[in-house]
Design a protein around this ligand. Structure first.
Ligand code: DLL
Length: 436
C-alpha cells in the first residue's frame, strides 16, 4: 500500500525549506517569549542574549536551556505567554503530586497538537473509514485527549474508552469493529493476553494497527503485541510540556519516530556539559516549540536520551527521526505508565516514617506487567503508639506511597544493615526491566 500522509507538503519538505521555515518561526517565537514572559526575558538577560541575536536555527545554542526545575519554579502561570482568557485547555503530567507540570493551550495550540497526532494516525494507516479505540487515560494526562483529538481530525469514528475495564474494551472492540487501538504498550499487551484468556483469537477482531507510547517498550514487546492482537504496532512519543503525544511518530518502516519538526526543533546535547552534539550522537533530547502560543518552550531539556538521524526513510518523509528513548538523564522512572521520582518515595519514608535513608526501589517486569517493590530497613524510630508491628507498618507505608504516586508498591521491611551501602552515589533504584 502506498504511504499516506496527513500533510504531505510538510512531511516531505526538502531539508533547506524546512530549515528556513524553522528559522522564521524561531525568530518569531523568541520575540514572543521575550515580550510576554518575564521569566524567559530574565533567563535570556542572564545569558546576555536578546531577540536581535537570533536570526535563525544556527543561533539556537545562544539561548538558555529550560528545565523541569524551571517549570516547577514558574508553576503555575509563570511561563504563560498568552492571557488566560485566550487559553482553552490545561493538561498535566501523569501521576505525580508535587511535581506536576501544568501546560496551557490556546485553540491554535490544540489544533496544532491534534494535527501532529493526525499525522501519526495517518502514518499508521488510519483514514476516515477507521474506528479508533482510545484506551489511554482521559483527564489531565495527555494520552487520551491527544489521540482522541487526532482521531477526530482524521475523521475516524472515535471510541473514547479511556483505560481499564479490559473485558469491556474487548467487547466493544468486537461489537463496534475497532480497527486501530491507542494505549500504552503495556496495556496493549494486557488486552492481548485477556483476549486470549477470553477464548478469542486475532481473527475475532478487526484491529489492524495500534499506536502505543508514553513509556519505554522493546522490540520484543512490539512483536509480542503484534502477534497477540494480529496488528502492526506503531510507536508514538511526546511529553506534556511540548503538548503531549505526537511530537514524534512512527511510519511504516517502524525504525524510529519522525519528529514534527515544523513545530518542534530537536537538538541532542551532552547532558553533563550542555554542549550541542553532532547528528548521530547519543545524548539528551532538547525541544524548542516554535508554534505554541500559550506555553512555548525554548530549548527544553526532556531528559530523554536518544539519537537523531536524517537518513532517508523508505516512507518518503524527510522529517528527522529519533530512536526510541534509551533511558533518562534524570532519575524519573515510569512504572505501570506512571512517572515516579525516587525522591517522592524518599520523602515519604524519611519525613513521614522516620526511616533512615536506607531503602531500595526494585522494579521488574513479569510477563508484560511491571512489578514495584520498596525495601526499607527497619529502625526502632519507625514504630509509634499506633504502629507497633511490622505488618501494620508495611501496610501504612504502602498506603501512603500509593496515595502519593497513584500506584501500589509492595513494601518489604528488612533487617537493619542489610541494604548495601555505597561510598559513592547510592544505588537506590534497581530496574531489572530490560527496556533498552
Ligand atoms: O506520556 C505523552 C504521551 C501520551 C506520549 C501518549 C505518547 C502517548 P508525559 O506523561 O508528560 O507525557 O511523559 C513524558 O514519557 O519524556 C518520555 O520519558 C516518556 N515517553 C513518552 N512517549 C514515549 C515512548 C506522555 N514512545 C515522558 N517511548 C517522556 C518511550 C516515552 N518513552
Amino acid at each position: 500500500m502506498a504511504e499516506r500522509y496527513w500533510n504531505e507538503h510538510i512531511e516531505t519538505m526538502p531539508r533547506e525549506e524546512m530549515e528556513k521555515l524553522q528559522s522564521e518561526r524561531l525568530v518569531k517565537q523568541v520575540k514572543h517569549v521575550w515580550d510576554n514572559v518575564p521569566y524567559y526575558r530574565k533567563k535570556m538577560e542572564e545569558k546576555g542574549v536578546t531577540p536581535e541575536d537570533i536570526h535563525g536555527i544556527g543561533d539556537l545554542s545562544k539561548l538558555p536551556f529550560l528545565s523541569k526545575a524551571d517549570l516547577r519554579d514558574a508553576y503555575p502561570y509563570g511561563l504563560l505567554a498568552k492571557p488566560l482568557s485566550d487559553c482553552v485547555r490545561i493538561q498535566s503530567t501523569s501521576g505525580t503530586t508535587g511535581k506536576r507540570v501544568v501546560a496551557f493551550y490556546t485553540q491554535n495550540d490544540v489544533d496544532m497538537w491534534e494535527d501532529c497526532v493526525a499525522r501519526a494516525i495517518t502514518a499508521a494507516g488510519g483514514t476516515r473509514d477507521d474506528v479508533v479505540q482510545v484506551a489511554y487515560g482521559y483527564g489531565l494526562f495527555t494520552g487520551g485527549a491527544g489521540l482522541h483529538g487526532g482521531s477526530h481530525k482524521v475523521g475516524c469514528l472515535t471510541l473514547p474508552m479511556s483505560s481499564g475495564n479490559t473485558e469491556r474494551q474487548i467487547q466493544f472492540m468486537m461489537d463496534l469493529g475497532a480497527t486501530i487501538l491507542c494505549c500504552t504498550p503495556s496495556y496493549a499487551a494486557y488486552i492481548g493476553e485477556t483476549l486470549h484468556e477470553m477464548g478469542y483469537t486475532p481473527d475475532d477482531i478487526k484491529l489492524k494497527a495500534g499506536i502505543f507510547g508514553a513509556e519505554p517498550w522493546t522490540e520484543e514487546m512490539r512483536r509480542q503485541i503484534e502477534q497477540s492482537l494480529g496488528i502492526k504496532a506503531y510507536d508514538i512519543y511526546g511529553l506534556t510540556e511540548t503538548s503531549g503525544p505526537g511530537v514524534a511518530f512512527e511510519c511504516s518502516e517502524q525504525s524510529g519516530m519522525h519528529i514534527n519538526e515544523d513545530n518542534f526543533i530537536a537538538e541532542i546535547i551532552d547532558p553533563d556539559t550542555g554542549e550541542t552534539l553532532p547528528e548521530g550522537s547519543k545524548g539528551e533530547l532538547v525541544f524548542t516549540s516554535v508554534t505554541k502560543e500559550a506555553f512555548p518552550l525554548i530549548r527544553y531539556r526532556t531528559r530523554d536520551i536518544c539519537v537523531l538521524t536524517r537518513e532517508k526513510c523508505s516512507c518518503g518523509r524527510t522529517l528527522v527521526k529519533m530512536t526510541k528513548p534509551m533511558g533518562r538523564s534524570d532519575d524519573m522512572l515510569i512504572i505501570k505508565g506512571v512517572n515516579v521520582f525516587p525522591s517522592q518515595i524518599e520523602t515519604v519514608l524519611i519525613k513521614d516514617f522516620k526511616a533512615a535513608p536506607n531503602y531500595q526501589i526494585i522494579v521488574d517486569r513479569v510477563g508484560t506487567t511491571d512489578t514495584f517493590e520498596i525495601k526499607v530497613e527497619l529502625s526502632d524510630d519507625m514504630f509509634s503508639d499506633t504502629i507497633k508491628d511490622i505488618s501494620t507498618l508495611e501496610k501504612k507505608i504502602g498506603a501512603d506511597i500509593q496515595q502519593i504516586l497513584g500506584i501500589k508498591a509492595k513494601i518489604t521491611l528488612v533487617e537493619p544493615k542489610t541494604i548495601p551501602r555505597s561510598e559513592g552515589k547510592a544505588v537506590r533504584v534497581i530496574d531489572k526491566r530490560r527496556l533498552v
